[in-house]
Each structure stands twice: as structure tokens, then as C-alpha cells.
Design a binder for this molecule. Structure first.
Ligand code: FES
Ligand SMILES: [Fe+2]
Length: 418
């Protein structure tokens, strides 16, 4: 809710981020110094069916994408009463809006008359919505308030036929739905567990949307997601992009139930890790955060702010973050997926300020993901479709987050990996 109870303590956030960033830096420098990475006990094998089997795929859509809380956007995507957005990535078209009292409502975007889509254009802020087919009109609570040709619907109680509710929750600046009709509360704190406080300190409720795009990929949605989960491929797949700044095969893994945070040390850590801590540079908070089941938060500090060593730490405002939020969704078949990419900037920057650096950040990541990660995913997926029956993929002990992610998915659809 965008009211007084979302007052955000930037000073406390900056302090907490500084502590976490230093703790991560210590752990990463230790990994670098001792030439190792966080690991699982050993490698793990996985059946290609996880990526290719239509039944497996249907089970994921049903048990995961339509039963679990799925992130649909951030608070400022629908900031003011009457603001709306649509979410149709997992099947049903869902309308999410800001109500008059500041809370969020979600409904099937389906007219109770003959099921047409009520809202097709979210660009207009309005307190009522009129179905384009025959003009039934609804308010932000989903109530039917206008009803042309009433005589034809004698005996139908208008009070009983509003828009159908979908469970929705807003927490720490994030908006979630469960994409199956119902009006139960979503227990987001239970879903996030210990990961909740880690996200809470980012001030996402104030983050401003800058750029969005959709990236289609000819690979299973998990193949796409896997590419965000290890730094083992940096120097080989990204020699001229990410591989220039991040070390290869050195990863800090911090698990929070099914969610995780990953730290990839900067190449300068090779030198820094040899020095006493008192000589280390202060690093801004950042890292890859994976919120189960399908969302990656890429928390970065833009270069222009980081150039002189995180100028804003200590001024009670926190560093100037870019939040890249990448959500993977199953496509029309096991070997197809799409990523909804969105970049937000920290809410501590003046709304009037030029957004170009954040747009460039968005484009840079999108380009790397499309031309490097997803092109490998596509070829790998095709090979999996034709692999011999006894072929098994191997996730190394260094690919710890992949191992844990795939175990979680398999468990949730009732096909646990032993
Ligand atoms: S389907 Fe919406 S008014 Fe007829
Ligand atoms: Fe990559």
C-alpha cells in the first residue's frame, strides 16, 4: 500500500546493506584466496524429461505456476488508485489494479456476461472499466455498476455477478498473485521465509519502472533460468561481456529455503583478497537473487555512481541501485519459454532525473542474455529432445543453485529426484 505504513527508512536500509555487502565480500574474498567456490557435496544427474516431457511440463504449469505466488510487478507499476496492469503469462488473463483505499485487487479479466476481456488497454487511469463487447461496466472492487439492456437479464442479481477474484498480495513493494480464482489470503511471509527481510531492505516499494521487454527463447523455461544460476560459464560464454568483470567459477551461495542469493566476485578480488581487510574497497550491495519459482533479481549499482567508490553510502540514502527483474515463464510447449525483463531504478532518485543509464543497463543485460545465454539454451534444448534415452545431464557440485532448484521443482510436481 502506498500510504504512511510504507515509510521507508533509507538510513537503516543503507546500514543493513553495508553490513550484508561486507559480509558477502569477506566470504567471496575467502573463496578467491583459497581458490574455491561454494559447493554441493557432489555432482547430480537429471533426466532430460525435466526439460522435454509434456506431462512434466503440464505438471509444472499446474502445480507451480497456477498454485504458487508469482510476482507480477512492483508497487509503482500501479501506483495510484485506478492504475491497472494485466498478467496473462501463465494462462488466464488477470487484471491487477490499485483500488480506492490503496490496496491491490486482482480479478480474472473476464466479463461475467459472455467472458470477453474487460480490460485490453492499461494505459488509462480510470475508476471504472467497461467491457468492449456489450458495455457492462465495473468499478475497481469488481462490482457490476452499469448494465445496458437490463430487461434482457430479468431475475439475474447484479450484486452477484461481479468480476471473479484472484488471490493477490503486496509485500515489500512486490505484488504477487496466485493464478487460480479464489479469494483466500496469500501468506507471502511464509512463502518468502528468511528471504523476505533480505528483499525488504531494498526499498522496492519506491522503485520506479524504467524499461520492460519480453524475450522469447526456444528452450524450456528452466534451461533459461539455469543460466542465471552459476558463474562457471562466464569466461567461456561471456569472454567479452560479463567475463571481463566477474571471476569464473567462484560463487558465493546463500540459500533461504527454496530462494537464494548469489555473489560473483569482481576480477579485482584476486588482488584484494591478498590484502588485509582494512585495505579493501567498500563495495555496494548487489548480487543475483532468485525468488522461487521463476524470478531473478539482478541488483547492481550503476557505474557512474560506483566510479568513485559508492559515494552515497553513509549519507542515509543508500546506493543508487538498478533492479533488473527477470521472470521466466513456460511457453506453449516444453521447449519454449519467455522472459519478462523489467528494469527499475531506486526510489531515492528524483523522478525527473534522466533515465538513460538505467535503460542502457536494461539493454546491455538483454543483449547478453539473448545473444549469449539463450542461444546456448536453444541449442542445448534441441539436443535434449533427441538425446539417447539413458542420457542424463550433470550439474556439478559447483552448480549448487541448479541442483537445489531442480530438486525443489521435481519435489513440487511429485517426481522427486533421488
Ligand atoms: S461479454 Fe462483456 S458485456 Fe458482453
Ligand atoms: Fe550467462
Amino acid at each position: 500500500m502506498l500510504d504512511e505504513d510504507t515509510r521507508f527508512d533509507w538510513a537503516e536500509s543503507a546500514e543493513r546493506q553495508r553490513e550484508v555487502a561486507r559480509d558477502m565480500q569477506r566470504k567471496m574474498n575467502e573463496l578467491v584466496r583459497t581458490k574455491t567456490t561454494d559447493r554441493e557435496a557432489g555432482p547430480m544427474r537429471n533426466d532430460p524429461a525435466a526439460y522435454t516431457d509434456p506431462q512434466w511440463f503440464e505438471a509444472e504449469k499446474r502445480e507451480i505456476f497456477r498454485k504458487m505466488p508469482i510476482l507480477v510487478g512492483l508497487t509503482r507499476d500501479i501506483e495510484k488508485p485506478g492504475d491497472k496492469m494485466l498478467f496473462d503469462a501463465v494462462g488466464p488473463s488477470i487484471l491487477i489494479l490499485r483500488k480506492k483505499d490503496g490496496t491491490v485487487g486482482a480479478y480474472l479479466n473476464m466479463c461475467p456476461h459472455r467472458a470477453a476481456k474487460v480490460v485490453t488497454d492499461c494505459s488509462r487511469n480510470s475508476s471504472r472499466m467497461t467491457c468492449p463487447f456489450h458495455g457492462w461496466t465495473f468499478d475497481l472492487e469488481g462490482k457490476l455498476i452499469g448494465f445496458p439492456g437490463k430487461e434482457g437479464f430479468e431475475g439475474i442479481d447484479r450484486e452477484e455477478i461481479g468480476l471473479i477474484k484472484v488471490p493477490v498480495a503486496e509485500r515489500h513493494g512486490m505484488i504477487f498473485v496466485i493464478a487460480t480464482p479464489g479469494d483466500q489470503e496469500i501468506d507471502i511471509d511464509a512463502h518468502l521465509g528468511d528471504f523476505g527481510p533480505e528483499l525488504a531492505q531494498l526499498g522496492l516499494e519506491h522503485a520506479k519502472p524504467v524499461k520492460k521487454s519480453r524475450l522469447d527463447v526456444d528452450a524450456n523455461w528452466k534451461y533459461a533460468l539455469d543460466t542465471y544460476g552459476e558463474g562457471y560459464h562466464f569466461s567461456t560464454l561471456h569472454p567479452t561481456s560479463i567475463g571481463l568483470s566477474a571471476m569464473t567459477d567462484v560463487m558465493l551461495y546463500q540459500g533461504f529455503g527454496p530462494h537464494h542469493r548469489l555473489g560473483f566476485p569482481h576480477v579485482s578480488a584476486a588482488e584484494e583478497s591478498q590484502k588485509p581487510e582494512s585495505e579493501w574497497a567498500e563495495k555496494p550491495y548487489g548480487g543475483i537473487h532468485m525468488m522461487f519459482p521463476n524470478t531473478v533479481f539482478n541488483i547492481s549499482t550503476l557505474e557512474r555512481y560506483a566510479a568513485d567508490g559508492v559515494p552515497t553510502i553513509g549519507d542515509n540514502k543508500g546506493p543508487d541501485h538498478a533492479f533488473g527483474i527477470y521472470r521466466m515463464f513456460p511457453g506453449d510447449e516444453p521447449g519454449k519459454a519467455f522472459t519478462m525483463m523489467a528494469t527499475y531504478r531506486t526510489g531515492r532518485i528524483d523522478d525527473e532525473e534522466d533515465t538513460t543509464p538505467w535503460e542502457q543497463f536494461h539493454d546491455f543485460i538483454e543483449n547478453v542474455v539473448r545473444t549469449e545465454d539463450y542461444s546456448v539454451s536453444k541449442d542445448g534444448q534441441n539436443n535434449l529432445e533427441y538425446a539417447p534415452e539413458d542420457f542424463r545431464m550433470i550439474y556439478g557440485s559447483n552448480e549448487i543453485s541448479l541442483q537445489r532448484f531442480h530438486r525443489q521443482i521435481a519435489k513440487r510436481i511429485g517426481r522427486p529426484i533421488d
